[in-house]
Design a protein around this ligand. Sequence first.
Ligand SMILES: CC(C)(COP(=O)(O)OP(=O)(O)OC[C@H]1O[C@@H](n2cnc3c(N)ncnc32)[C@H](O)[C@@H]1OP(=O)(O)O)[C@@H](O)C(=O)NCCC(=O)NCCS
Length: 126
Amino acid sequence: MGESPAFSLQAGEEFKTRTGSISISPLLLSPGVALLTHLEVVPWMRNQGIGTALLWAAEERLLADGHDQVALGVGLDNPDALRLYVRRGYAEWPHGEVATTDVVYHPNGGLELRPELCRILVRKLG
Ligand SMILES: CC(C)(COP(=O)(O)OP(=O)(O)OC[C@H]1O[C@@H](n2cnc3c(N)ncnc32)[C@H](O)[C@@H]1OP(=O)(O)O)[C@@H](O)C(=O)NCCC(=O)NCCS
């Protein structure tokens, strides 16, 4: 990997590098359980470990901030992301899938909201 996100993260709720980003939701899933959203790596830099590194960096930040678990949603049609999360120790919660809204940003600046059914995955921190 040509860039270490751990050294180029910006403080704040969105961790953003030149090659990808991940956000920490201002909402908690439940007390102590933080919610990560919008993990994305630019298409031409995928499969080089950047997504895993961004996830790791966000988890470290949440642990340092005193959270003991982290949760995230993954669309039923996204097996690539699901593999990444399972490899990092995430497991599906026992309450079933959840109807969410995916925000799609179009190149012309337009925003589209699409209903998306998600699995919710959870991992203990530390
Ligand atoms: C899901 C996503 C964030 C993954 O990002 P990524 O940077 O490609 O993730 P990684 O590189 O850490 O892991 C992806 C694969 O590359 C492999 N890999 C990691 N480092 C590698 C390296 N140096 N050389 C070869 N392969 C490598 C991983 O083992 C993994 O393999 P797998 O596909 O068999 O599981 C990216 O595909 C993406 O932005 N998708 C669109 C948005 C999206 O779906 N986000 C998730 C929402 S829940």
